[in-house]
Design a protein around this ligand. Structure first.
Ligand code: PLP
Length: 423
């Protein structure tokens, strides 16, 4: 395994939006209507830069082989690249050791891994798992399944009307019986940034573990697992410039060591006889079967790309765009923006409604102008229930978005408002 100290340093580049945009050829394309693409659906998935696309091609063209099991040159190279990617990810989130990085398919699989391999082993009826009302379904459903199967209690930290969490309520909801607090760092539906320090302090005071759903934080802001003082972190490559089908679970080494495997099969064993098997050490214990080698390597390239920009600069850029968008959209007749009104407490996600117009109609009219947003419940139905709306329209930003694109969104919305006679 490549040690973090052996990785080459990544050269820091100035934040040059024109240069960044040149790295994303898709941003130059036209959509069906002939309009120029304005991609504002980054909370669903990001676009991929040429550097990541090139890494995928390079891997399959020059190094493709199955890993860990052969002594031939290609297999050794592929193994080295795969383990290097693990170390890059470890360094990116401040992990103490590359063995703490488990490659999964996505955030959903990472959370399910903890629900199976940790919670099913260690939790008993009456133990409590605490989540919040603003979670993505992938941080609700696995715990409901566990509750129904094992008789644990599932509790929710409620959302306040402004889309933030009720932190006073959290103090009494997290109790001596709480074994795990599984919480998003940032809501994909509203953009709310959760004060993880407050939640973690309370969880630690009662001896509970903390799992952070970092699907919307790791791609968008500096994340350091040591500084956070949490126990697990789950995130997806496809939201941070990497391909689909590669995700990460980070966990503290002693915790991972104490857990049983998630799935059984090749690569995750130490010995197999006809009677029984013994397990490989982490991370192999949790990576049964042939992993997604090429996409893990490409995730390493995505991490290099983001590191070169600097995650503090990524956050600064998104904060600026979000601040501009909050002000610009507030001027469009009939628009109501959900969530906290200031860009310091939210990420680059803006959910809104246009009075009397169904979000799907907004999305469709905007698409004719090339503007890609998402409409629906955003896999956060409890948030929609709390807002008392069936769906919202959502614009979400990333490293390559510009204020001119926010203007395109705003003028598109003005047209929708005119078309539907909104005053
Ligand atoms: N958690 C949050 C906050 C998300 O935004 C998402 C995806 O939108 C997920 C979890 C699930 O991610 P994936 O579908 O990549 O597993």
């Amino acid at each position: 395994m490549t040690s973090i100290a052996d990785l080459p340093a990544v050269e820091r580049l100035p934040y040059d939006i024109a240069r960044i945009r040149r790295d994303f050829p898709i941003l130059k394309r036209e959509v069906a209507s002939g309009a120029h693409l304005v991609y504002l659906d980054n909370a669903a998935t990001s676009q991929r830069p040429v550097q990541v696309l090139a890494e995928i091609t390079r891997f399959y063209r020059d190094h493709n082989a199955n890993i860990h099991r052969a002594v031939h040159t290609l297999s050794v190279e592929a193994t080295e690249l795969y383990e290097q990617a693990r170390s890059k990810v470890a360094r990116f989130i401040g992990a103490a050791d590359p063995r703490e990085i488990i490659f999964t398919r996505n955030t959903t699989e990472s959370i399910n891994l903890v629900a199976h391999a940790w919670a099913r082993k260690f939790l008993k009826p009456g133990d409590e798992v605490v989540v919040s009302e603003i979670e993505h379904h992938s941080n609700i459903v696995p715990w409901q399944m566990l509750r129904d199967e094992r008789g644990i209690t599932l509790k929710y930290i409620p959302m306040l009307p402004d889309g933030t969490l009720d932190l006073d309520a959290a103090q009494s909801i997290i109790t001596e019986r709480t074994r795990l607090v599984s919480i998003t760092a940032m809501s994909n539906a509203l953009g709310t940034i959760v004060p993880l320090d407050v939640i973690t302090a309370r969880a630690k005071a009662v001896g509970a573990l903390v799992l952070v759903d970092g699907a919307q934080s790791v791609p968008h802001m500096p994340v350091d697992v040591q500084a956070l003082g949490v126990d697990f972190l789950a995130f997806s490559g496809h939201k941070m410039l990497a391909p689909f089908g590669i995700g990460v679970l980070w966990g503290r080494l002693p915790l991972l060591d104490s857990m049983d495997p998630f799935m059984g099969g090749g690569d995750m064993i130490s010995t197999v006889s006809m009677e029984r098997s013994t397990w490989a050490d982490v991370p192999a214990k949790f990576e049964a079967g042939t992993p997604n080698v090429g996409d893990a390597v490409a995730l390493g390239a995505a991490v290099d790309y983001l590191t070169a920009l600097g995650m503090d600069e990524v956050r600064r850029h998104e904060r600026e765009i979000t601040d501009y968008a909050l002000r610009r959209l507030a001027d469009v007749p009939g628009v109501t923006i959900f969530g906290v009104p200031d860009a310091d407490r939210r990420g680059g996600v803006i959910s809104f409604e246009l009075e009397g117009v169904h979000p799907h109609d907004i999305g469709q009219v905007l698409d004719t102008r090339g503007v890609a947003i998402r409409t629906g419940h955003h896999c956060a139905q409890p948030v929609m229930l709390a807002l008392n709306v069936p769906a919202t329209a959502r614009a979400s930003f990333y490293i390559y978005n510009t204020t001119a694109e926010v203007d395109a969104l705003a003028s598109g919305l003005e047209e929708v408002a005119r078309f539907f006679g909104v005053k």
